[in-house]
Unconditional design. Sequence first.
Length: 154
Amino acid sequence: MPGQGRAQFAAFQLPSGSVVNEDISELTLLDADKLQHLYKPGTNFSLAIASTPVAREEILFVAATAGVIRAFHCLLNDSGTATNVDFDLKINGVSALSAAVNYVHGDGDGTVKDGTLSTTAFVANDIISISLAVTTTTGAQGPFAWAEIEELAA
C-alpha cells in the first residue's frame, strides 16, 4: 500500500510523461507561475467566408499580463484572379513583423502564410491588433489571420 508523505528538494525532475492528470489531486496547490496561458485568437475581419476583403483593422487581444507572441499566420480562402493584400500584426499600433505578409493570387487558395516576428514581447494592457491592407482583390474571398500568444502567469 503506497504511503503518503511530504518531501522537499532544492531541485527535482521527473522523466517526461511520468506524471499525468490523474496523478494530481484537485486539492493540490499549484502556484500560478507554474502555468502557461496559451491563446490562438483570430479574426475574419467581420467578413463572411465568401466576402471580398476590405481594408480593416481588428483588435485581436488585450494583454492581462506580460507575455510573448509565438507566431503569426494568415490566409485567403480564395486568392482570386488579381489579388494583392497585406496582413500586419501590431502591438499598440506598431508592427510586430519585419514586414507585412503579402498575399497574391499566385499564393493559391487557402495557403497559410507565416509572418516573421521582429517584436515578440508585450506587457499588461498592450493591445494586439491585425490589419488588412488592400491593393487589389478581384475574386479574392475569406481573409483570416491569427496569432499564437503566450501570457506569462502572475
